[in-house]
Every structure is written in C-alpha cells, then in structure tokens.
Design a protein around this ligand. Structure first.
Ligand code: PGA
Length: 254
C-alpha cells in the first residue's frame, strides 16, 4: 500500500562538480531499477540543476529533492529559493524542518507549516522532519514532543494524495553521531506519528503517508528499521554521500 522510500540528504557536501559525479555513480549503481522503492536525492541548492541533468541524461531511477525552500513566490528575499524555482529545474521533493535548520537557523513549526503549504501548492512533496533532542528523550517525553511538532507542522494542510506528503522521524541525538535509535525506538515514535496523522487526516490518508526514520541509518542497519510496521523507509545523511553505500540501502529496501 505504501511504497518504501530511501531519501539521501547530502547536507552541505559536494560541489557542483562532485555532485554530478556522485549522481552519475548512483545512476550506474541503480541501473537495474529500484523496484517499488521510491528513491530521492537531495543535493545542495547549487547542485540541483547538475543532478537534474544527470537524471535526464542517464534515465536514472531517482527523483530530485531540495533541502530547503522559502514560502513566497518571488521578491526581495535575498538568498532564498522559491518553490516555483524548484519545479522549474525538475525538483519534485523538498526536505523541510530538518533539525539542523530548526537548531542553527531558528526555523519554527510555523515556518515549516508555511513551507509545506507553499510546496504542496506547487506539487512538490515535502519531506517534513521532526524529532526530539537528547534531554527530552532522557525525560521520557519524546512521543509527546514529536506529536506536538506533527500537529503544528500539519496545521491546515489538505492532503488529497497521501503519497505526496512524507514525514521523517529523526531523533536529534542520533543524527551524524553514529548513535542509532533501535528499531523499536523508531517504531514507537513512527507509530505515534501515524496515529496522530490519522486523528488529523483520517485513517485512510494516514495509512498512505510514508513515515521515514533518519539518524545514522546505514547499509548494515536499515533492514532492521524497515521490518517495523510504521517505518516506511529512511532519510540518510552520511551514508548517502557514497554511491555504493546509498545504493546498498536502496537494495536492502527492495
Ligand atoms: P545521518 O543524517 O544519516 O548522517 O545521521 C541523517 C539526517 O540528518 O538526515
């Protein structure tokens, strides 16, 4: 019912030239296709066009995603990227609400909600991130913390096609640290996310929304997460920067 998804978040890594090489390598690794698995690659903004060209030239079986967007259509917003600019170069996904953007750039749930609405108006699929910091996990309040984020981030959204809205649960203490949540930790929160989505949008819609796990996901551990009922894939940082490791994760999901 839900196609699995493996999404790569390159973060601020890879120049334009390096990004093209990585995308070409990935196209080669995945030349035999990805079955029912939806694969998304999210390079830095300046690399997007180059990766779009590789996808077109090689007929590569992955989609293009951005890492950030602004909600206005155009205007005096120095340094920002409008949703229409992303569609124009072929991006069909966009990560929003990543903990690094929340933490380092002060992005609020209200901003994330506006970004989701702007993206959906342009038929770009948001990959909306949520997740708790270590102290909240240690206090045992992680489920209520994430449920609160989900409620705020989805406020007023209309989801007519549940395959076009994706949530990524990324416990902050597990991102880039090598410390992974266990598959049971991921299931506990991903299950609570789906329950919350069902309360907001109805069960049928919630059953169609992909909920990904992210945080030190790698070829060796991804299968364990995917076995869980409410974990539909992975948002991958570090392990997406090498074509062979990212492709291995896609293959593990097939
Ligand atoms: P990581 O990053 O896989 O390097 O932990 C995941 C993410 O932040 O999306």
């Amino acid at each position: 019912m839900r196609n699995r998804m493996i999404a790569g978040n390159w973060k601020m890594n890879k120049t334009y030239t390096e990004g093209v090489v990585l995308a070409q390598g990935l196209a080669k690794e995945l030349a035999d296709g990805t079955g029912d698995v939806d694969v998304v690659v999210c390079p830095p903004t300046v690399d997007l066009k180059g990766v779009a060209e590789v996808i077109k030239q090689e007929g590569a079986p992955f989609s293009l995603g951005a890492q950030n967007v602004y909600w206005e259509e155009s205007g005096a917003f120095t340094g920002e990227t409008a949703p229409g600019m992303l569609t124009n170069i072929g991006a069909t996904y966009c990560i929003i609400g990543h903990s690094e953007r929340r933490g380092y750039f002060g992005e609020s749930d209200e901003d994330i909600n506006k970004k989701a609405k702007a993206l959906m108006a342009h038929d770009i699929v948001p990959i909306s991130c949520c997740g708790e910091p270590l102290e909240v996990r240690e206090d045992g309040k992680h489920v209520e913390f994430v449920v609160d984020q989900i409620k705020k981030d989805t406020e007023g959204l209309e989801i007519s096609d549940p395959s076009k809205y994706v949530v990524a649960y990324e416990p902050i203490w597990a991102i880039g640290t090598g410390k992974t949540a266990t598959a049971d930790d991921a299931q506990e929160v991903c299950g609570a996310i789906r329950k919350t989505l069902a309360e907001i949008f109805g069960q049928e819609t919630a059953d169609g929304i992909r909920v990904l796990y992210g945080g030190s996901a790698k070829p060796e551990n991804v299968a364990g997460f995917l076995e869980k009922e409410d974990v539909d894939g992975a948002l991958v940082g570090g392990a997406s920067l090498k074509a062979d490791s990212f492709a291995a994760m896609v293959k593990a999901a097939m």
